[in-house]
Design a protein around this ligand. Structure first.
Ligand SMILES: CC/C=C\C=C\CC(=O)SCCNC(=O)CCNC(=O)[C@H](O)C(C)(C)COP(=O)(O)OP(=O)(O)OC[C@H]1O[C@@H](n2cnc3c(N)ncnc32)[C@H](O)[C@@H]1OP(=O)(O)O
Length: 277
């Protein structure tokens, strides 16, 4: 059994069997990402990957907003604007900080278990980096989104510019959103395919996300892990490369007991029971 009571800025619970809920929990600062948040998010998702008691994950924000982006008080730390070090050393420091933040967000995409974001109210800057690394996104009607970095004088650097175009298309609209930083609504997010469901309230969004997580958690963990892994691989490779890789991957995974259990349960009209990974 993994221990999740070790995080300061994340609140973790199991709302149902095999489903883990990660709540961004810095509500007084609208869940803005400080140094601890980057480190904890990374550690948490690495832990989830290894946890055989988890088959699906929900991520949401505590309090008024889903996420207000990077903690603006931390920008100086990243810049390390000190005259004591030469330019190269300062650049290496900044690069290291950026890689920490990138790895933190990427740990969600690389997590073996499917991750569902339940977004309410604001999702700003680093919040968009986070949700674009998730597998499924639902939001409440009051949600608004902003690729805000351009307003702070920088290009988004921890995933939005790489992942958002792969979700909504590398088109004129995505460039408008990233170049203007303008707010866009839950309706627009639905229309462009950034989210696939809009619910009336935060509570309904969480309930709907949990319903989907429960369905995923009822499947073979080998099948869901493989599906996520192969979708990610195929997104970043040609169809031919994806098919070759899938054949190699499934030549091992088709040996799981889960196939027989799933066939047997279907024929016997009963719920399948899959053993832990
Ligand atoms: C390594 C680099 C990696 C990633 C880089 C990412 C870049 C970005 O994330 S760009 C986006 C940065 N975020 C913002 O620009 C949003 C800033 N916040 C706001 O504009 C507003 O807070 C709001 C989201 C519109 C909400 O407004 P409101 O409802 O009026 O709440 P506030 O009173 O403003 O905020 C309450 C409380 O939270 C603090 N806070 C809000 N956002 C941040 C933040 N990003 N960083 C730090 N603190 C934040 C705010 O100061 C208030 O705190 P008090 O102590 O109560 O004053």
């Amino acid at each position: 059994m993994q221990d999740y009571n070790i995080f300061k800025n994340l609140k973790i619970n199991f709302p149902s069997q095999f489903v883990l809920h990660v709540e961004l929990n810095r509500p007084a600062k609208l869940n803005a990402f400080d140094k601890i948040s980057w480190q904890e998010l990374h550690a948490c998702f690495k832990q989830i990957s290894l946890d055989s008691d988890v088959r699906a994950v929900l991520i949401s924000g505590a309090g008024k907003l889903f996420n207000a982006g990077i903690d603006l008080n931390n920008l100086n730390e990243i810049n390390n604007d000190t005259k004591e070090k030469d330019l190269a050393r300062r650049a290496l420091h900044t690069r290291k900080e950026l890689l920490v933040a990138q790895d933190s967000i990427s740990s969600i995409e690389q997590c073996d278990k499917p991750v569902i974001a339940a977004i309410h109210n604001g999702c700003i800057g680093a919040g968009i980096d986070l949700i674009t690394a998730c597998d499924i996104r639902y939001c409440s009607e009051d949600a608004f989104f902003s690729v805000k970095e351009v307003d702070l004088g920088l290009a988004a650097d921890v995933g939005t510019l790489q992942r958002l175009p792969k979700i909504v298309g590398n088109n004129s609209l995505v460039r408008e959103l990233c170049l203007t930083g303008r707010n866009f609504s839950s309706t627009e997010a639905l229309n462009i395919g950034l989210v696939n469901k809009v619910l009336s309230t935060k509570e309904e969004t969480l309930t709907e996300a949990l319903k989907t997580a429960n369905i995923i958690a009822s499947k073979s963990p080998i099948a869901t892990l493989s599906t996520k892994h192969l979708l990610n691989f195929s997104r970043d490779h040609s169809v031919t490369e994806g098919l070759i890789y899938t054949a190699a991957w499934n030549s091992a995974m088709l040996n799981s007991n889960d196939l027989m259990e799933a066939f047997d349960a279907t024929m016997g009209r009963r719920k399948p029971k899959f053993s832990k990974l």
